[in-house]
Design a protein around this ligand. Structure first.
Ligand SMILES: Cc1cc2nc3c(=O)[nH]c(=O)nc-3n(C[C@H](O)[C@H](O)[C@H](O)COP(=O)(O)OP(=O)(O)OC[C@H]3O[C@@H](n4cnc5c(N)ncnc54)[C@H](O)[C@@H]3O)c2cc1C
Length: 375
């Protein structure tokens, strides 16, 4: 097998994990773009994310930065009654944890830096040229680089996604996630419990879980509030939804800075590949965050890529087959993430029926909904 040289656009979770996958397969990678080590907030990693980190030989370095979560507790936002608990310790122990976004990028970056097959170019990519004969990119410093393959890991609005597919981004975006993270000491003790707490409301839902911020060396609480209320004045939206709920009212403190991120509906490309360019991570499969799977599936992309490119004589053909297989296995997960959002956004009597169904179905119902996702 001859070692190929692969250009990777984007230096976040997708780009760094893709580089580790490429290097594990014995090929050389050049990553374009800046790493951001100071990203605020956190994300949850489910068993499939753990398995991918292990395949990429990252789990040992990542483990000290993970905050293990023992369960997902689903509550009614109206009454605070517990509707169901998904216990990650029973019947058997399941890996489930939170990690700071900055910590995840920093650890992946350190591992990539230590690898002799991975190089970095700080410049961003200005354009891509890919035909049957040529696969190249031009950086913002006006330098041209030729590669055997380019991996677009530049997120849902990057140039790689625009190059590969004409995604229809003209839909009116009415949904948003309000995010906040604050020291655990600023909130009542119940927010610090080592579990994901999900409050189902009337047309909205709130997720909270603790994580450790290594930069500030303190315990933090990550909050995500999903709603279809307007993007303006996130703090007022949070107050209007939560102020009458005794357990959630502390989240309406005027000092809490909520940041809004628009949540476009899942918009699946017909193909993740065009000539010598393939997409990975959010560039390939942006999905709403309701299953907490975007980064986990991105790590899985990279782990599967490592297996697909190993011993490959024809790198483009191997990447083509990988993209087709990943796209097929991701489709039902993206659809499930959308469906989960629809269920979580139910209002009025339908919200009450949903809560009754979650309570009646209990752990078994919710586990069944999630088990294929976490495999
Ligand atoms: C509210 C919310 C909560 C979430 N919670 C979870 C969770 O709990 N668990 C989970 O697994 N996932 C979660 N996700 C999803 C997760 O955050 C994303 O799937 C993941 O971060 C995607 O990483 P990425 O590297 O593909 O994209 P990005 O993080 O968007 O990175 C793309 C990178 O490419 C760079 N770039 C762009 N253009 C160029 C260019 N031209 N040249 C060079 N570089 C470029 C950017 O600067 C950026 O660094 C959540 C998402 C949201 C919105």
């Amino acid at each position: 097998m001859t070692s190929a040289e692969i250009g990777i656009i984007g230096c976040a979770v997708a780009g760094l994990s893709a580089a580790l996958g490429v290097a594990k397969a014995g090929h050389r990678a050049v990553i374009f773009g800046h790493p951001h080590h100071d990203l605020a907030g956190a994300l949850q990693l489910a068993p499939n994310g753990f398995a991918a980190l292990e395949t990429l030989d990252c789990l040992t370095e990542m483990t000290p930065h993970l905050t293990r979560l023992n369960a997902i507790e689903i509550r009614s936002a109206r009454t605070n009654a517990c509707l169901s608990i998904i216990d990650h310790d029973a019947p058997q122990r399941r890996d489930y944890a939170a990690i700071g976004r900055g910590a995840l990028v920093t650890q992946l970056y350190k591992l990539a830096q230590a690898h002799d097959l991975i190089r970095f170019c700080d410049d961003s990519v200005a354009s891509i040229t890919a035909t049957e004969q040529e696969t190249s990119l031009i950086t913002t410093a006006d330098e041209t680089h030729h590669f055997d393959l380019i991996i677009g890991a530049d997120g849902q609005n990057g140039i790689a996604r625009a190059f590969v597919g004409s995604a229809n981004n003209t839909q009116l975006i009415t949904r948003q996630a309000l995010r906040a993270c604050l020291p655990a000491t600023d909130l009542p003790q119940n927010f610090s419990a080592n579990r994901t707490q999900l409050w189902l409301g009337d047309g909205y839902h709130l997720v909270s879980y603790p994580y450790h911020d290594p930069h500030a060396d303190r315990h933090m609480i990550n909050l995500v509030l999903c709603t279809d209320k307007s993007l303006k004045e996130p703090s007022k939206i949070a107050a209007s939804l939560l102020s009458t709920k005794p357990v959630l009212a502390p989240l309406c403190d005027a000092d809490i800075a909520w940041h809004a991120a628009a949540l476009p509906p899942a918009n699946q490309l017909s193909s993740w590949r065009r000539h010598g360019v393939v997409l990975i991570g959010d560039a390939a499969h942006f999905m709403p965050p309701h299953l907490a799977q975007g980064a986990g599936q991105t790590l899985e992309d990279a782990a599967q890529l490592a297996l697909a490119l190993k011993d490959a004589e024809d790198i483009r053909e191997a990447a083509r087959k990988w993209a087709i297989a990943r796209q097929q296995s991701l489709r039902p997960i993206i659809e499930k993430a959308e469906a989960t959002g629809t269920i979580m956004r139910l209002k009025g009597p339908l919200a009450l029926i949903r809560n009754a169904a979650v309570e009646f179905g209990g752990q078994r119902l919710v586990e069944k909904w999630l088990s294929r996702v976490w495999q």
